[in-house]
Write a protein that binds this ligand. Structure first.
Ligand SMILES: [Zn+2]
Length: 213
């Protein structure tokens, strides 16, 4: 960067690439960075190394050897290689549908909720209606594909917008609060998750509606 120049606005998101891939672009004065979601949870030194490499690439500066070694060693580690292999297998297979239903558009609903509850800061995952009209799974967030899938039964004029929004909001909270391990137990709906869920203005009404579904 030029000395004295203000740092550009940064937008960084984890992205479900099929391979370990990281990209950086400058667009309208904003730096857009996409990191492979396989690097989520990488040690801070690795994240620093990636940041250094991407910025060097962006501004055509030499890459510090220590950083490139640190990064290559990490993505070459067994754990990451195996994970990448698994993800390629799954991502190659999973069929996602369109976010646009007959009555409701999931992308629009996501962005509206994003603005209302998350300051518009949440990177939109792939939004998809389920292929079948399932009542068993109303919605789920799939971190391997970075996708939110909502049961097609909600794409119906008899479904009030608040009920569908509540389901999508719940899945968005899964993005915000990744599954944590408490000892050997997976903590999916933490206390903070549940408290935040109740911030949805019509949560009681929505819960009632879903029980009668
Ligand atoms: Zn859940």
């Amino acid at each position: 960067m030029r000395p004295g120049a203000a740092a550009p606005e940064l937008r960084i998101e984890f992205f479900a690439f099929a391979n370990i891939n990281n990209t950086i672009r400058l667009r309208e004065g904003r730096l857009l960075v996409r990191l492979s979601d396989l690097l989520e949870g990488a040690p801070e030194s690795v994240v620093r190394a990636i940041a250094h490499i991407l910025l060097a690439k962006m501004y055509r500066k030499p890459v510090d050897r220590a950083h490139s070694t640190r990064y290559r060693r990490y993505i070459g580690s067994h754990e990451v290689v195996n994970k990448a292999h698994l993800v390629r297998q799954i991502r190659g297979r999973k069929q996602l549908r369109s976010p646009r239903g007959r009555f409701y558009d999931l992308d629009t609903i996501f962005e509206d909720l994003n603005r209302r509850f998350f300051h518009g800061l949440m990177g939109r995952p792939r939004m998809s209606w389920s292929s079948t009209r399932t009542r068993r799974i109303l919605g789920h967030y799939d971190p391997a594909h970075n996708a939110i899938v909502i049961s097609r039964i909600f794409d119906h004029p008899a479904i009030p917008p608040y009920a569908l929004e509540y389901i999508v909001y719940h899945e968005m909270l899964h993005l915000k609060h990744p599954v944590r391990m408490r000892g050997s137990r997976r903590c999916v709906h933490s206390a903070r998750f549940q408290a935040e869920e109740k911030l949805f203005p019509e949560w009681e009404r929505a819960e009632g509606f879903l029980k009668r579904l």
